[in-house]
Design a binder for this molecule. Structure first.
Ligand code: UGY
Ligand code: MN
Length: 247
């Protein structure tokens, strides 16, 4: 709908709220029969990229071809097959994969599919072996109660070892559950709402979030979320992790 130029989308120095009315679809190299909505990128202040990929049945997302860039993919709807040295068929909703830098691969939609894709330059650590490919399903990951709060369940999709330099979690809030503190931390976040909604504090702004809203939080962006409504709220959240702030 034509909203006379108004939107809740806002790009500030240390955060972006990206709402669906403002999404612009674009082609990308090595993306066939599909389009991308780029949410987070270095151009917008982030140290990583995060984008939504919408694939037709038979559409393909190939490796980025960028040197030293690792990738994480999460299936939001539909299903894809991942081919690399091995083939992983039928990654449906909640399926995910981590592909280390320089590993050839392609995601092919076995039916129309929507993916969240996160990419970043990998930061190796001296004396630590390189990371391995990870393929999993969120439903198989045990949840942990954040700070002992059974109404706020975190599922860590990436392994926690120092081979890996980022984390991707899902966080599921029972209706009325909230973060127990306003967080201010050096790590960045890319966040995609998956279910339900609530109020997000970003810096000095409190915003209603729901649907497929995306948020980028830069380092030290004050942040807090409380779930509102009669059903659970859930989001997928990226953060840089396991590395010294000086690199
Ligand atoms: O992992 C986190 O920093 C997470 N608790 N942040 C957030 O949900 N905004
Ligand atoms: Mn946080």
């Amino acid at each position: 709908m034509f909203e006379l130029g108004s939107t809740r989308s806002a790009h500030r120095r240390n955060h972006l709220l990206h709402t669906p009315d403002a999404f612009v679809r674009t082609p990308l190299p090595r993306l066939e029969r599909g389009v991308a909505i780029v949410h987070a990128s270095p151009a917008g202040g982030a140290g990583f990229t995060q984008y939504t990929v919408e694939l037709e049945a038979g559409g393909v997302l190939g490796a980025s071809g960028l040197m030293g860039v690792e990738r994480f993919c999460y299936v939001v709807s539909g299903a894809v097959d991942l081919s690399s040295d091995a083939v992983f068929r039928g990654l449906g909703v909640g399926g995910y994969a981590y592909v280390p830098a320089e590993v050839g691969h392609a995601f092919t939609a076995s039916e129309a599919a929507v993916l969240q894709v996160i990419e970043r330059p990998f930061t190796p650590l001296d004396g630590v072996e390189g990371p391995r490919m990870v393929v999993g399903r969120e439903g198989d990951v045990a949840g942990a109660a954040l700070g002992g709060d059974e109404d706020l369940i975190v599922r860590a999709l990436m392994p926690g070892g120092f081979e890996y330099d980022f984390a991707v979690n899902t966080m599921t809030y029972a209706p009325g559950a909230a973060l127990s503190q306003v967080e201010v931390h050096v790590m960045e976040h890319g966040l995609m709402m998956l279910e339900g909604g609530g109020i997000y504090r970003l810096g000095d702004a409190w915003s209603p979030v729901t649907g497929v809203y995306f948020i980028w939080m830069g380092p030290y962006c004050p942040q807090w979320f409380g779930a509102i409504g009669k059903r659970a709220a859930k989001y997928l959240i990226y953060k840089d992790f396991n590395r010294h702030p000086l690199g």
